[in-house]
Design a protein. Structure first.
Length: 645
């Protein structure tokens, strides 16, 4: 207990201290305490989550690259030389090489009998009498020469210099050089690398001129504007040269952890769950604030997960088409209307069509319809037009795809630059079909559409033949349902149809055993991936597979299983193939080919299947405009949320 006197002394001391503090001269200025600086909060790391319908087997560009593998590779390697529509784009080259700017030149070479050259149609051949070639100085079809086998001959080697941008780096910080592209070419050339060797076989040399310039030199006679085929994707030689090309197919550093130069670098791969990537600090567009996200995660959805639900719950920011079934199309459209989810619904390049057996294989030794040969049902264009008029293609698209598919004008989407303007689709019109069939000589004597029409003066068909056809189709799914609908429509027009469902293995069996590809069919409903070469492969008369050409056609594998023949199409295909450096000649002739297919109907185009991509409702940044089939090519610019404002 404190003594009372002590308390009094403490009190007196405090009073004196206060008084002294108030006396001038004894005033003590307080020391100012600076306020802490205003701190900018560190932004939280952000992750973009892309959900896929399956897990890739490998991320090695020359391995078993599936569509989902390619999506992930977009994040690791990007900006190479790519064709978008009818022009080339690049981000890692200084510019697209050109004739005018001097990167594309021609180098003359003396050639002799027996030398390996490229003929005017782009085929690698041994030079001999009668071969069509581009002689020295010739770059278009007008000056193609048929070599006489004796005259001295010079042909040109096409030379292209591809120059990389300065300062490119691999994600580990090492410089990316021309030697890395040459290394890639060498790996691709190895027999153990499972890649097509077409472009490699057309190459005389592929060399690095300096740190940034790689030079491709073609074999004599190859004149082309498709330069993107002859620039090989750089691979990290400094990391992968310890493996042989065969070892690279299984080495995990190559297949699971590839190092690239793109916006992201692989951080981890959890089998069955996800692949996580982090922002690449050495990305060549980092100064532009790209990529937008610190992390990118590819999540593998299982088959039981609802792709719409994973967007709404925030598990996924974007769901790839590989995880979105067409069965969800009506629900997707409803979610779009309510603005819960955004979607891109577009036609893919899976072309569904009704093939007509115009010239069966039994006609190859001569056509004799009074014996075992099936009648030439499809020789008259009016008959083919009537079949198209009988099928309610727009109704099929409405009922099965909710109006979100496209009736093809030919084998390419209507937006493709190789499609000419002014083409039209034959509409569903049973009355018009009746008129056309009657004009062609297929008569409905009993006025009963349930019974087959009978021929009378039909082109190349004996009188009295019933119009009865076999239709081969898949044995399940939407294609089977649509085939049943097509058959019912044709019956209403007086064409009897015997539907023959087949397994996909049987339906697509190769010639000569396959009924379809062996040219032993009437009608076949088929689906195939299409590109700008499809028409000239499917309908060029030189590519009709026969026993005489070992079922391989003349040069391109014998894809013309319908047996269709049209001299104008053959001429246009040849002109396109011989367009040399004239890209406009190529485009004009390919447009003519598409116009012929549209008007001549060697097949009845049905639809391009729609594909569906889903993404969150506040998503932005995607630059996709329909000209590039790779919708994820620019994922480094993707953004969502408040940053979209």
């Amino acid at each position: 207990m404190s003594h009372p006197k002590s308390l009094i002394l403490i009190f007196i001391f405090l009073i004196i201290s206060l008084l002294i503090g108030c006396i001038p001269g004894f005033l003590i200025k307080p020391t100012a305490t600076p306020l802490p600086p205003t701190l900018t909060p560190t932004p939280m790391p952000r992750t973009l989550t892309i959900c896929l319908g399956q897990e890739p087997d490998s991320l090695y560009p020359y391995g078993t690259v599936s569509p989902v593998s390619q999506i992930i590779l977009n994040a690791i390697f990007n900006g190479s030389l790519n064709r978008v529509g009818d022009h080339l784009t690049t981000a890692i080259l200084e510019k697209v090489p050109g004739v005018e700017s001097g990167e594309v030149t021609l180098e003359p070479a003396n050639v002799n009998n027996g030398d390996e050259v490229v003929d005017a149609d782009g085929n690698l051949v041994s030079l001999t009498t009668g071969v069509n070639v581009f002689p020295h100085g010739c770059t278009s079809a007008e000056c193609v020469l048929v070599w006489d086998g004796a005259s001295p001959l010079q042909m040109d080697k096409l030379k292209i210099n591809f120059r990389l941008k300065a300062g490119l780096k691999w994600s580990d910080g090492q410089p990316l050089t021309a030697a890395d592209s040459v290394y890639s070419f060498q790996v691709a050339s190895d027999p153990s690398s499972p890649v097509l060797k077409n472009e490699i076989d057309l190459t005389s040399s592929y060399t690095a001129l300096d740190e940034l310039t790689v030079q491709w030199l073609g074999k004599p006679g190859l004149i082309t504007t498709f330069m993107e085929k002859f620039f090989w994707l750089p691979l990290p030689q400094h990391l992968w040269n310890r493996f042989t090309p065969e070892q690279m197919l299984t080495a995990e550093d190559v297949t699971k952890r590839p190092v690239g130069w793109g916006p992201y670098v692989i951080q981890s791969w959890t089998p069955g769950k996800s692949i996580r990537l982090a922002k690449n600090p050495n990305y060549f567009l980092a100064a532009e604030g790209l990529p937008k996200f610190d992390f990118l995660e590819f999540v593998f959805l299982n088959k039981n997960e609802d792709p719409l639900a994973v967007i709404k719950t925030g598990k996924c920011d974007f769901v790839d088409k590989s995880a979105v079934s067409l069965d969800l199309l009506p629900t997707v459209l409803e979610s779009q209307t309510s603005k819960q989810v955004k979607a891109i619904i577009q036609p893919n390049l899976e072309w569904e069509f009704l093939a007509l057996g115009i010239k069966p294989v039994s006609y190859d030794d001569s056509y004799y319809p009074y014996g075992i040969d099936r009648s030439a049902f499809f020789d008259d264009l009016r008959t083919r037009q009537a079949i198209a008029s009988c099928i309610d293609r727009q109704g099929i698209i409405k009922d099965y795809f909710f109006g979100q598919a496209e009736i093809p004008l030919s084998s390419l989407p209507s937006t493709d630059p190789l499609m000419p303007s002014g083409l039209s689709i034959i509409p569903y019109d049973p009355a018009k079909a009746d008129q056309l069939l009657t004009e062609a000589g297929w008569l409905d004597y009993d006025k009963n559409p349930a019974t087959a029409r009978v021929s009378f003066n039909v082109k190349n068909v004996p009188n009295g033949i019933s119009f009865s056809l076999n239709l081969f189709t898949a044995d399940s799914g939407i294609p089977r349902q649509i085939a049943e609908r097509i058959a019912a429509s044709l019956v209403q027009c007086g064409i009897q149809v015997n539907l023959i469902p087949s397994s996909l293995k049987e339906l697509y069996k190769e010639a000569p055993d396959g009924l379809v590809f062996g040219r032993k069919f009437d009608l076949a409903q088929l689906s195939m991936q299409t590109d700008e070469q499809t028409n000239c492969l499917l309908f060029n008369s030189k590519e009709i597979p026969t026993q005489l050409n070992f079922w391989m056609g003349k040069t391109s594998g014998g894809a013309n299983f319908t047996g269709y023949s049209n001299s104008s199409l053959d001429t246009a295909c040849q002109a396109a193939g011989r367009s040399g450096l004239n890209s406009q000649v190529y485009k004009t002739n390919q447009q003519q080919v598409n116009q012929i297919i549209n008007q001549e109907l060697p097949v009845i185009p049905l639809y391009f299947q729609p594909e569906i991509y889903l993404f969150r409702s506040d998503f932005c940044g995607n630059k996709w405009d329909g000209s590039n089939e790779n919708i994820l090519a620019d994922l480094d610019t993707w953004e969502y949320g408040s940053s979209c404002q």
